[in-house]
Design a protein around this ligand. Structure first.
Ligand SMILES: [Ca+2]
Ligand SMILES: [Ca+2]
Length: 261
């Protein structure tokens, strides 16, 4: 019996979009087994997508902590909520970064990442966030990463959907759009992407982030250009907040053509 994360009757392994319950996923223009609704480019064959429904606790060999500033493996546990939903929860509430990185030999050049995140609590002190880290690289002593995430400001109580680039945990550049007034214990579906704008080491990148929610209903997209280094590895990241993640879906855009700006 296969797991069926989205409950649409098609097992994850055979599901062209295992995180989207929809018959529309049967559309697959390029025949790469990534359905049109979750394919970053349905006219270009991508390498096989990676899906993890977080049915098991994070395994060190597959998901690791990349550096001393990213917390500890034990910060991430598996939790079960009503409806048999399994999550990976980052449960340590402090003012720091907690980042669980997918282990992979080859960094992504460009990547598409979908995840579902639920914020639980935010530590007082300002901007707190959670989402998908894209392009995470640790070049001692610095951590560089991009984020598609949900942000809560503990001072103004305002929330945003965020596309951002960080050096360590300082925002290098970011674009944010208003998000739901109520963000805690609400599902936010995030789709993040990176685009390399100029090849070569340290080349410019574009970071995109699309968010949707049902309660309250919201749909927003934001993007920003960064002069920081191009994409690397993917991870789940919280900063100053506790949060749970329901799944991750990753498509390597290596086979896609250069983006048109
Ligand atoms: Ca399914
Ligand atoms: Ca496809």
């Amino acid at each position: 019996m296969q797991r069926d994360h989205d409950g649409d009757g098609r097992g994850d392994v055979c599901d062209f979009c295992p995180h989207l319950s929809s018959t529309a996923q049967d559309a697959d223009g390029d025949g790469d087994k990534i359905g049109a609704p979750c394919d970053p480019d349905d006219a270009v064959k991508n390498p096989p997508a990676e899906f993890n429904g977080f049915y098991d606790p994070p395994v060190v060999a597959e998901w690791g902590i990349p550096d001393v500033g990213s917390g500890a493996q034990g910060d991430w546990t598996r939790v079960l909520t009503p409806g048999n939903r399994l999550w990976w929860k980052q449960g340590v509430l402090d003012g720091n970064r907690h980042l669980l990185r997918r282990v992979r030999a080859t960094p992504y050049d460009e990547v598409y990442v979908a995840t579902l995140v639920r914020l639980h609590q935010a530590q007082a002190g300002g901007l707190r966030s959670a989402g998908a880290a894209m392009g995470y690289e640790f070049v001692s002593p610095d951590a560089f990463y991009f984020l598609c995430g949900i942000r809560h400001d503990t001072t103004t109580m305002e929330n945003s959907l965020l596309a951002s680039a960080y050096q360590n945990d300082v925002v290098d550049v970011a674009q944010a759009v208003a998000w739901n007034p109520v963000v805690f214990e609400k599902d936010a579906r995030l789709v993040g992407g990176t685009i390399r704008r100029a090849g070569g080491g340290g080349g410019d990148s574009t970071i995109t982030c699309r968010g949707t929610s049902d309660d309250p209903v919201n749909s927003q997209t934001t993007m920003v250009d960064s002069s920081l280094r191009p994409p690397g590895l993917v991870g789940l990241r919280t900063f100053g907040a506790t949060a749970s993640f329901d799944y991750i879906f990753i498509v390597d855009k290596a086979a896609a053509p250069a983006a048109v700006q």
